[in-house]
Ligand binder design. Structure first.
Ligand SMILES: [Zn+2]
Length: 447
């Protein structure tokens, strides 16, 4: 069964933590848990089975770090062999659970894919397309291994998530789930926020998204409630068993199953459709949560119809208040700007952007079209440089579909798209790009 037929209609439960259960069975600090899929398959299978047994619908494979940066060797511990073993372990657990109850509940295997642990350019050193390639290999391995869902989790940067989701969409037909990790103030490490996650991920067409790790249920609750204001897709909440403390050199999570379940019940009542746990949570936590949520009448999923655009750290909603769009990055009628374009003077262009940001613009238009320059390359360069210093959303302004696609692909966030008119040929070129990359369309009424 395809889980897309169930999400938002049936309450679904993720499993809980894996790492602390493995540590209890001898996993050493610093040891890569993904290796245990091959070295201790029975232990991994038993952990998965214990989650299926208490009523979890989705178990998460032991593959968070299964990528070619962590596993560069092509031998026994290649990305592909780990992926295969990880899915096989979950599959055996599922067969056992199905045999016990005749498959009374639907059971799925989510292939866990975590952060690459490196910041993308321009904040860090890894190029966007390189991150894409690393994710793409893991995606292909997970798909070939027979996973049911691609789950990107514990990622705390919107740009990395965009590379991951594009890699998933372009290399697999599997459903895509994403959970991101916030601080207690509701911010991602690189400045993104809840509406930004909703805007970006719905724009990219993921099937369900939300939050995991970093916080306990009580700290995560206000962030989850905020997410429910923006998300039209089912929201996932997988908190830790509280905040970690260190006792005798061991990491301990203090929130017990009943306390965990109580807060989870409140979030499910508020509209969360997919719930589970992360670090420190156990089958007992999941059992308590599932028991408590048994008789909730769920809030139906509704379309929020909010027009959101986001940049690297700022989300703007179009509708409630006037939105001011700075139009200084546009050669029309500007001699100096045209000269800057001809001389590839990006610094001048970025300064124009900063000036407008300082003057209170909410969104910046970016138009670099001049007949005598390579518009696509210039657009790529300008978007990249602007986004390295400016958090505001950008409005990609071009009549060239090739330029538009390049800009939308490397854009960090969900852009405003300027523009389409009612011409069939224009709509036919631009709308598929909007569907693929997300975006809010600004339409011109010319005639
Ligand atoms: Zn966690």
């Amino acid at each position: 069964m395809d889980i897309r037929e169930l999400i938002g209609k049936k309450m679904l439960y993720f499993d809980g933590g894996l790492g602390s259960l493995l540590q209890a069975q001898g996993l050493q600090p610093g040891e890569e848990p993904e290796r245990w899929n091959l070295e201790h398959p029975d232990i991994i299978e038993n952990v998965h089975f214990s989650y299926y047994q208490v009523g979890c619908h989705i178990v998460t494979t032991d593959s968070l770090g299964c990528n070619e940066l962590n596993f560069p060797d092509e031998g026994a511990y290649s990305v592909e062999s780990i992926a295969k073993a990880a899915v096989d372990n979950a599959r055996r657990a599922r067969a056992r659970a199905d045999e016990l109850d005749g498959g009374a509940e639907p059971r799925f295997i989510a292939f866990s894919i975590g952060s690459l642990g490196r910041l993308l350019k321009p904040l860090g050193t890894m190029p966007f397309e390189e991150a894409y390639n690393v994710f793409a290999r893991t995606v292909r391995a997970a798909t070939a291994a027979g996973a049911d869902i691609l789950l990107f989790e514990t990622i705390n940067d919107l740009y990395e998530v965009k590379a991951a989701v594009l890699a998933a969409k372009e290399n697999s037909e599997l459903p895509v789930f994403v959970t991101m990790t916030y601080d207690a103030g509701g911010r991602l490490m690189t400045g993104g926020d809840v509406p930004g996650e909703a805007a970006l991920l719905e724009g990219l067409g993921v099937d369900a998204f939300g939050l995991n790790c970093g916080l306990g249920p009580a700290q995560m609750k206000p962030i989850a409630l905020n997410m429910l204001e923006y998300a039209s897709k089912p929201v996932i909440v997988n908190p830790n068993a509280g905040l970690p403390t260190t006792v005798n050199g061991r990491t301990v999570y203090s929130v017990g199953p009943e306390e965990f379940a109580e807060v989870m019940e409140e979030m499910v009542k508020a509209g969360v459709w997919i719930a589970g746990g992360c670090c420190g949570t156990t089958p007992a936590h999941m059992a308590a949560m599932i028991e408590r949520c048994k008789n909730i009448s769920h809030v139906p999923l509704t379309k929020k119809n909010r027009s959101l655009v986001c940049g690297t750290s700022k989300t703007v909603e179009i509708g409630p208040e006037p939105v001011i769009i700075g139009e200084r990055i546009n050669p029309t009628g500007k001699k100096k700007f045209k000269e800057a374009l001809r001389n590839h003077d990006i610094e001048y262009i970025v300064r124009e952007g900063i000036k407008q940001q300082d003057s209170g613009a909410h969104v910046l238009d970016v138009n670099v079209g001049l007949p005598e320059i390579d518009e696509t390359q210039m657009m790529a360069d300008v978007v990249y440089e602007l986004q390295s210093v400016i958090g505001l959303p950008l409005q990609i302004d071009t009549t060239n579909p090739k330029t538009m696609e390049k800009a939308l692909r490397l854009y960090n966030g969900k852009a405003l798209i300027n523009s389409v008119n009612g011409k069939q040929s224009v709509m036919a070129q631009i709308f598929p790009l909007v569907k693929k990359y997300g975006g809010v369309v600004l339409a011109l009424c010319l005639d």
